[in-house]
Design a protein around this ligand. Structure first.
Ligand code: SF4
Length: 395
């Protein structure tokens, strides 16, 4: 399969109805024939990707690239195919995750995408470790909103043993109040024995993202390596923690980089894969890097799903600003989202997340339908602006 086989179907759309000459008609017929082959090519690729996904067989790299390079006219076909894998493994459930930023900013590392990095001028909140009860109270708010996993995140290269003790106390406080809820820790690079201690404290999972391809990694960070990250994910798995590792798209990477990192994740076998879309914070080196559009984001999600069919694909940071009104469509591929706010930026209102899930026909994992629907009571807002008022119209 080459890229030529799957280029957008609207190329060279010559047609007799456009008034072409006989010579043009021959060329038009050839073009139509080529279009048909192209369309069949992508549909064939998608059918094969679904078949491989259901059978647990590895897809081809060229197939993954074809998904990324498919045209807007093919987008619904791509989402329908990826959606079959999503529904096979997760039905119509959506898992809600809630972030608690235990320690914000003040990081000595230089990850170029991060608002908490060394030298960041972003106007984010900066604070040192939350006390365990404060963190547990924040987690409780997320759980009350429907979250079934709490992600405890701290800025920094990696925790000291004392930091691990603090986090262990926080995990204990959350588990005591909400034993049914999963706790994931995300504390950076782990030293020997720290994964075991987190597991013993009751952590269920550990997150450490690969973020981008190994080849691209040195371009986004100079203070630690891609291999450091892979090692930490392996250590977490070795300690019995559910590995969580994902990507950030939109940092100027190539299609090949995205495919590389998707396959690297397949090799790493994380249970969950957060797919972040770069939030270009002012005051960071990647400010101004607006490289994504909603259709591109959807194709990236679909590609990740095809390469990792059984993984929890989590629609993560940047979903609101990059997907906009297409967020609900992304649920046909992703089976997990973050509820509410992110580490240093605000997300959609939690009740709007629930409403979006319900309106798109999905159910919140672990939450009774009645509860999920409770906040979505409808009402009509009467107009009090525009004509007939002193206020300007809504335009
Ligand atoms: S190590 Fe974590 S907190 Fe620090 S700059 Fe990198 S991503 Fe940000």
């Amino acid at each position: 399969m080459t890229d030529m086989d799957v280029r957008p179907t609207d190329t060279a759309r010559a047609d007799a109805t456009t008034g072409e000459t006989p010579g043009d008609a021959t060329a038009g017929a050839a073009a139509r024939g080529e279009d048909a082959r192209c369309e069949a090519g992508l549909l064939g690729v998608l059918a094969d990707l679904v078949g491989r996904g259901l059978a647990g067989a590895e897809p081809g790299r060229d197939q993954a690239l074809a998904v990324l390079r498919s045209g807007d006219d093919d987008l619904l076909d791509v989402l329908a195919a990826a959606g079959r894998l999503r529904r096979h493994h997760f039905g119509r459930r959506v898992k809600l995750n809630f972030l608690v930023n235990l320690k914000s900013g003040l990081c000595p590392e230089d990850c170029s995408y991060c608002s908490q990095r060394l030298g960041s001028q972003a106007g984010i909140l900066r604070y040192s470790w939350l006390r365990p009860q404060e963190a547990a109270a924040s987690a409780g708010a997320g759980i009350a909103g429907g979250a079934r996993r709490v992600c405890l995140v701290a800025s920094g290269r990696g925790p000291t043993d004392r930091d691990v003790d603090r986090v262990a106390d926080t995990i204990g406080a959350i588990k005591q109040a909400h034993p049914e809820v999963e706790v994931c820790a995300c504390l950076g690079l782990l030293s020997d024995g720290q994964a075991d201690r987190l597991r013993s404290a009751g952590a269920d999972a550990y997150n450490h993202n690969l973020n981008t391809s190994g080849e691209n990694y040195a371009d986004i960070c100079s203070t630690h390596t891609y291999d450091d990250r892979v090692r930490t994910v392996d250590e977490a798995r070795g300690a019995g923690l559910s590995p969580c590792s994902g990507i950030i798209a939109g940092m100027g990477e190539s299609d090949e980089d995205l495919v590389d990192v998707a396959f690297a994740l397949r090799a790493l076998r994380p249970d969950s894969i957060p797919v972040n879309f770069l939030m270009p914070f002012e005051g960071t080196p990647l400010a101004g890097e607006w490289n994504l559009d909603p259709r591109r984001c959807l194709r990236i999600l679909a590609m990740v799903r095809f390469v990792n069919p059984a993984a929890e694909v989590r629609l993560a940071g940047g979903r609101e600003i990059h997907l906009g009104s297409m967020q609900a469509l992304a649920l046909s591929v992703a089976n997990s989202i973050f509820l509410g706010d992110y580490l240093t930026s605000e997300g959609q209102q939690g009740h709007q997340d629930l409403k979006m899930i319900e309106e798109a026909g999905y159910t919140v994992e672990g939450l009774a339908d009645a509860e999920a629907a409770a906040d979505t009571a409808r009402s009509v807002t009467l107009r009090h602006r525009g004509v007939g008022t002193e206020l300007p119209p809504n335009a």
